[in-house]
Design a protein around this ligand. Structure first.
Ligand code: G1P
Length: 313
């Protein structure tokens, strides 16, 4: 079994990042100097994927522009001898063979994946969600491909999350197969606390057998009135053909403001061109916070609460 194709659903509105995402696809928000989708495509390519389908929606032209050639810009960079910049710009257009399909109606992740049916044909394929950026040694998609090949089944990426967080994800019912690999017995999308199977959530990466398309075609709308990929996966679990891999990587959720800022700071700290400056900037900031905390505490200690001095204790 060889996994050559990947699908990146990128049709959502990005409502958690408004107003920025009013006119910029959330997948194009920069993580240091590259848009989020760049890291996703890089992971797919590093996992051996040759063909990628991005499922887009209305107003998402910036995505196809990003992976296209830019002759005017390239000529201008060439004329001004900016070879490093030229190299970066060309690289984005040559990273992978990328095509696009439009999800004409926002009908859920399951429907977005179903839109890839004719692109995928009768092959296993990977799905990478654009909000989830992974950082680790072996690409997470490659970790899933290895498990899917070994167990001749679909594979999903999972990690343990807190009880509060699991209600915003999906919860897996699992049985251990080997270290970090489980048989997935059932799964529920956005469970209420009483419906949680385990604290293992599916997090943004899937390798699926093409049988998922027939299942999705017959999957009724679920959570939020949308066709949920997780509901389709539930059918795969119950037929005994899905494993879950507790993947070895740090996952970043760039789809909300706190997660996005965390990702930008961590990736900047890993960039040798930015790290010395950012480290100094953050150190100065923290010193400033500690100093003002110290002064405030000292003031409260000396004057007591409500001393009427006009300062904010
Ligand atoms: C989606 C999936 C959910 C998964 C989550 C994190 O939810 O439907 O099963 O746990 O991504 O990857 P969303 O974040 O789109 O609400």
């Amino acid at each position: 079994m060889k996994v050559r194709k990947a699908v990146i659903p990128a049709a959502g509105f990005g409502t958690r990042m408004l107003p920025a995402t009013k006119s910029i696809p959330k997948e194009m928000l920069p993580i240091v100097d590259k848009p989020a989708i760049h890291y996703i495509v890089e992971e797919a390519v590093a996992s051996g994927i040759e063909d990628i389908l991005i499922v887009t929606g209305r107003g998402k032209h910036a995505l196809d522009d990003y992976f296209d050639y830019t002759p005017d810009l390239e000529q201008s960079l060439m004329r001004s001898n900016k070879s490093a910049e030229l190299e970066k710009v060309r690289h984005t257009a040559e990273m992978a063979n990328i095509c696009y399909v439009r999800q004409k109606e926002i009908k859920g992740l399951g429907h977005a994946v179903w839109c890839a049916k004719s692109f995928v044909g009768d092959e296993p394929f990977a799905v990478l969600l654009g909000d989830d950026i992974m950082f680790g040694h072996t690409p997470v998609t490659k970790q899933l491909i290895d498990a899917a090949v070994k167990y001749h089944s679909s594979a999903v990426g999972a990690q343990e999350v807190s009880l509060e967080a699991i209600t915003g994800y999906s919860s897996l019912k699992i049985e251990s197969l080997e270290e970090r690999v489980f048989k997935a017995v059932d799964v529920v999308e956005k469970p209420t606390p009483d419906k949680v199977f385990s604290q293992y959530a599916i997090l943004g990466r899937y390798v699926l057998l093409p049988e998922i398309f027939d299942i999705l075609e017959n999957t009724p709308p679920g959570f939020g009135g949308e066709i949920q990929l997780t509901d389709g996966l539930g059918a795969l679990c119950r037929s005994g053909s899905m494993v879950a891999v507790d993947f070895d990587a740090r996952r970043y959720d760039t789809g909300n403001l706190h997660g996005y800022l965390e990702t930008v700071i961590d990736f900047a700290l890993r960039d040798p061109g930015v790290e010395p400056w950012l480290r100094q900037f953050l150190t100065d900031k923290v010193r400033g916070f500690l100093m003002s905390d110290y002064i405030n505490n000292k003031h409260t200690h000396e004057h007591g609460d409500g001393c009427g001095c006009g300062h904010d204790h």
